[in-house]
Structures are given as structure tokens and as C-alpha cells.
Write a protein that binds this ligand. Sequence first.
Ligand SMILES: Nc1ncnc2c1ncn2[C@@H]1O[C@H](COP(=O)(O)OP(=O)(O)OP(=O)(O)O)[C@@H](O)[C@H]1O
Ligand SMILES: [Mg+2]
Length: 494
Amino acid sequence: MHGIVKVFPGVRALDGVDLDVRAGEVHCLLGQNGAGKSTLIKVLAGAHQPDEGEIRWQGEQIRLTTPMAAMKNGIATIYQELDLVDGLTVAENIYLGHEMASAGFARRGETQKAAAALLSRLGHPEISPRREVGALSAAGKQIVSMARALSHDVKLIIMDEPSAVLDQEEVARLFKVIRDLTAEGVAVVYISHRLEEIRQIGDRVTVLKDGRTVATGLAARDTPTRELTRRMTGRDIEYVFPPRQSRDGDGSVVLAVRDLSAGKEFSGVDFEVRAGEIVGLAGLVGSGRSEILETIYGARKASSGSVSVDGRTLRNGSVRAAVGAGVGLCPEERKSQGLLLDEAIYRNVSLATIGRFARGGFLNRGDEKRAATEHIKSLDVRPADVERAVRTLSGGNQQKVVLARWLLRECRVLLLDEPTRGVDVGARSEIYALVRRLADEGVAVVLVSSEVPEVLGLADRVLVLRDGVVVHTGPADDIDEHRVLDLVMEGSAA
Ligand SMILES: Nc1ncnc2c1ncn2[C@@H]1O[C@H](COP(=O)(O)OP(=O)(O)OP(=O)(O)O)[C@@H](O)[C@H]1O
Ligand SMILES: [Mg+2]
């Protein structure tokens, strides 16, 4: 790709980008939220038409006018916002648009068999081709999207933040698939905000900043992190966590979870969170972390045990009761949980708090915008224009909008599920600082994250979960990443 320019109303998303990708390499694309990564790969995938620049494919200049045209050339894409059809089955999604599938019912058995083979190749034989995609987890959908890419004869696979919905074990599986593919000569363009992944899987790195290529061909393994982050942000980033709780746990107990169980999801979970404290839950996807948050929030019914806030027991399975007591949940699958894409940023931010801005039946737009603007600034959402439609923001910036919504709610108890997913290194520190500030103001915070260093760095106390059971509880200072991973995998004290 050479000199690629893409202009959206009011933004020059790509301003002359160069990228060359070789057969059999993993080429990593780095850049802050809004740098232009997704836009660039959409151009390569035939989903956007560039305003200027050329694309050469195997030596020839080509025009990719539609996603189908890219597909026919052997370019497959796994998008950041997955584009599967929830109402169709796994097999139907994988073979959507294939001739084999359009041949009708008689071929269904064939597509299901082929789908099952692809899913096994990806290390997920447990996903049934007959299952409806809407019923799968975010990670499951990701796998299906991968299978769909592999169902074509691919020469280049583009992956836009594939690891954002995967846990460590699943990432390892994905990396194995990537290594197999590159060994066969397939090229991979890999986007991620996690630098340690770039080191593990990448060959060369291209860095985008404000729609321009600022570095290309860097060696993924040998380029110092400082240099990468400096190229991305134009400044030195100290990847630091805010200092821990100053009051040393002397706040009163705000949230008490007593012997809580929910069916097969988790059992006997028992902990409390004091005012000013951040408690982190570590564990694999499927270990019950998110389910615990949902149960505390009342979105899921507990089969036994209780949850109380400020000494008052909440009614089991009632979101209303939880919200009334000041519990807020920032869910894992933020996108599907109610961003109004065509509405302005400030409307989205104030959605959960609308009551505060209404006086005598009239919404006070001024207050609403002011409050939203403050949060948008503190989370470094770009562009920081609260009037913009959320749809026009980059993936990471959309996430920050949802986060801002929950931070604005002024909760007693804040449940955060993967708060920094898809957020770049620069903005992460802002989020960490903000969460700590909320805690310092007296909020009890429960944090779930697949990134162990994040749990250990941000939380005061850590609970390690395995298969729905707490296998370790203790101060975050007393445990390191290796120990957590051991516990998560083995569940037994070494
Ligand atoms: N459809 C659109 N209309 C208007 N502006 C857009 C549109 N899509 C993207 N943009 C803008 O283009 C710029 C680049 O966005 P892009 O999604 O490519 O960023 P990104 O590097 O993928 O970021 P992230 O890490 O957050 O996913 C951003 O300023 C974004 O707001
Ligand atoms: Mg993106």
C-alpha cells in the first residue's frame, strides 16, 4: 500500500500511509486509538475506497472495490467489531456467501462437516456448527470469524485486535494457528494494543500516528518498548499504576458477598470490599469472573448466598435493587450493551444518568454536555468533541465513551469488567488513575481483567478464580504474575 489517503467528513483518517507485507510474515500494526489502523485495513479489505494512493498485490496494481473482491484475491479480514449474523448458525456464518452454501439444503451436511473441521483446526472442536452464533461468547464469535477467514483460500489474513476478547490460553491457541499459517506462506497483519504480544508473534512492525506511517519495518522482537511507545505517542510513556490505597483498608465495608453461588457458574464466593478499596478478580475466561459481577448486579439470580451493600441485603436477581443501592456495572461486551451509535457522544455518556440533568421535566442540555465533556477529557477520548456521533469514533474511543458513562454515575460500588480492553497504552494510565481516584473518593471497586499485570497493578486485594471457585485471596503486593497463572491453571498451591 502506498500513499493511502482516506478522508471522512472533518477527519483525514489516513494521510499518506505506506505499508508493505511479505508472504509468511506477521506484520504488526501499532498506533494509538484513532491513529487509523482499522481504517487502513478496511481499505485493504475492500470495505473502504481510498481517496488517494495505490495498492499493489503480488506485483500488480489492483483496485479492491468490494469486500468480495478482496476475498477473491485471498485477503480475509477479522474485524474489530465482529460482523457475524447472530440469528444464523455457526456453519451458516462461516460459509455465508460461499457457493457451496448457496447450493441449498442438500449441502448443509457438507458445510457443517467442513465447518467442524475448521473449528477443530483452530483448537475449538467444542463449538458446534449447528449452534446459533448469537448464543456464543465474544471469544466464541471471534473463533467463528477466524474459521470464516480460513474457509477461503487465503494469502493474507488481517486481524484487528483479535486478542481483545481472548484470555491468555486462547491467545496461545490463536498464536499457534498464526504460526501454522505463516509456515504455509500466509501473511498476517496483526493489530493489538498489547506490546508483549507483538514481541511474541510479530516479525516486523509498522507504527501509525495521526493517519501517517511514522515507522515501518521495525523488528518486532528487538525494538525497545520505549521506542515503540514513543513512536506511537510522540512522548515517553511511563506505564505506571497509581499508588495504592492510602487509608490502608480502614474504610467501612461497602460491599459484602457472602457464600454466593450461581448454578454451575461459580460457588461459595465470599469477599468484602471496603470504601476506597479495589478488589481484583483474576482467572481464565469461563472461570466465573463476569458471572460473579452480573450476580452482584442482580442481572443473574444467585442459587444461594447473599450480597449486601452498606449492610443492607439486596433482593436476589433484581437489577433495580442493586442500582437503587448504588451498584454500577460496566459490562464486558460494551458494544452490544447499548451504545447508540448514531447519537452524539454526550448523549451516550449521560444515558445512565439522565435523571440528574432533568429538572421539572426538561433536560438541561448545558449541564449534560458539561459533565460529559469533563469525562471525555479525563479519558482522553479523541476527537474530544461531544457533539460527534459515536459511530465515527475509533474502536478504542467508543470503549472509552461507555466507560465514561459508568464513571459519571457516581456509584457506591463500581463493577468493572475489562475496563481497558482495546484501549491504547497512553489512555490506559488515564483510566487507571481515574479508577483509583474514584476509590479514593470512597467507592468500592471490583475489577475483572484478563491481563494479570493490570489486576496486580491496580487492585489492593486479589481473588484468583478457577472453575468458579476462589483458590486464593490476598493483598496484590504478596503475589506475582507467575504465581497467579499457576493458580489459574492448576488451582493448587505449589
Ligand atoms: N466512518 C467514519 N466516519 C468518520 N470518521 C471516522 C469513521 N471511521 C473512522 N473515523 C475516524 O478516523 C480516525 C481513525 O480511526 P480508526 O478506527 O482507523 O482508528 P484505530 O487506529 O483503528 O483506533 P483503535 O485503536 O481505537 O481501534 C479516527 O479519528 C476516527 O474517528
Ligand atoms: Mg481500530
